[in-house]
Design a protein around this ligand. Structure first.
Ligand code: NAD
Ligand code: ZN
Length: 342
């Protein structure tokens, strides 16, 4: 099969012929239809310090995908050939305290699809049946392809109740854009999106932001006051990984507010802990998706009118992967989709 492979340490990816994955008795084999490009894939392509210490080549990369089941292991039930599915990219151990208690997203021994095992930027991908999600009939396959980052957005956006609350979204990358639509759908009053990139601010407006803010040019507290917010933000979603963004959010929170932190900083962030103590804030780290409550919520919110499609800005056939990665690297893009059937 053809796959996008990190063949050796160093920058770049090769579209190469590799053996199709073999499946065990508990696995399914999936013919990949479409995939989404994630920041992780850009790190692996560029071979930065994180990639150099994490990735062991040769590796088929990629973890955001939708496809069709073409083979099932002898022990697999509930899945059949022809089913349209996506995969949860965190393959958990199944044996630790949290896994045994059903809190699989808290497993400390997770192996990442396209990071620690061969991934989905390929014509075929194999996964344990416990990592497979059935799509509802009629779903748009571009949307189905990005259930992984959509799940990051939903997990973060629903970490704290937002009904009637004023929400700050820091960072309007693909995940912040989707989270904007989710908190709007979930009944937030004001959704203020802070993002330095003008093209992304424009998409955020279309995804339901009440106001978009350029953090370099506008003061968040002045924007909040102009909206009539008296106390500050009730909930903030940190989706930038940026130090200034986190510190700005801390200073703009209402007493008793909550911050869900998804963004991954590249260095330590000094913060004023007095802000947390005296405002009695709650900070929570978010990693991955809840298995499978987040997946359920994604499916039913789409069925109840949530539209995340404006977050998808580019589509390429897989052979044009270089152009697709260049688009994904551009600071103004939303989600970039690769079509593996073309
Ligand atoms: P992205 O890099 O495309 O988006 C981040 C956005 O933050 C960019 O648009 C950038 O312009 C903006 N930004 C930079 N400085 C800012 C500032 N001072 N204020 C406000 N915005 C600012 O990333 P993404 O793919 O949308 O992912 C969002 C974040 O979540 C990234 O940090 C990513 O590494 C992280 N992530 C975490 C998980 C997890 O499970 N925890 C999973 C996927 C991604
Ligand atoms: Zn575990």
């Amino acid at each position: 099969m053809l796959a996008l492979v990190k063949s050796a340490p160093g920058p770049g990816l090769d579209l190469a012929e590799v053996p199709a994955p073999e499946i065990g008795i508990n696995d399914v084999l999936i013919r990949v239809h479409r995939t989404g490009i994630c920041g992780t894939d850009l790190h692996i392509d560029a071979w930065d310090a994180w990639a150099a210490k994490t990735i062991v080549p040769p590796l088929v990369i990629g973890h955001e995908f939708v496809g069709e089941i073409v083979a099932i292991g002898s022990n697999v039930n509930d899945y059949a050939i022809g089913d349209l599915v996506s995969g949860e990219g965190h393959v958990v151990c199944g044996r630790c305290r949290h896994c045994l208690a059903g809190r699989r997203n808290l497993c400390a021994h997770t192996v990442g699809l396209g990071v620690g095992r061969d991934g989905a930027f390929a014509e075929y991908v194999a996964l344990p049946m416990s990592n497979v999600w059935h799509h509802a009939r009629g779903i748009d396959e571009d949307v189905a392809a990005i259930f992984d980052p959509f799940g990051n957005a939903v997990h973060t956006a629903l970490a704290f109740p937002v009904l009637g609350e004023d929400v700050l979204v820091s960072g309007a990358g693909p995940i912040g854009l989707m989270a904007t639509a989710v908190v709007r759908h979930a009944g937030a009053r004001f959704v203020v999106v802070s993002e330095p990139n003008a093209a992304r601010r424009e998409i955020a407006s279309r995804m339901g932001a009440t106001v978009v803010v350029d953090p370099g040019a506008q003061d968040l507290r002045e924007v909040a006051a102009a909206l009539g917010m008296v106390e500050g933000f009730d909930v903030a979603l940190e989706m930038s990984g940026n130090a200034t963004a986190l510190r700005t959010a801390l200073s703009a929170m209402a007493h008793g507010g909550s911050i869900a932190i998804l963004g991954i900083p590249t260095a330590e962030i000094p913060i004023d802990v007095n802000e947390i103590v005296f405002k009695m804030l709650t900070l929570r780290g978010i990693y991955g998706r809840e298995m499978y409550e987040t997946w359920y919520k994604m499916t039913v919110m789409l069925q109840s009118g949530l539209d995340i499609s404006p977050a998808i800005t580019h589509r390429f056939p897989f052979r044009e992967h270089r152009a697709a990665f260049a688009a994904a690297r551009d600071g103004g893009a939303g989600q970039v989709i690769l079509d593996w059937t073309a």
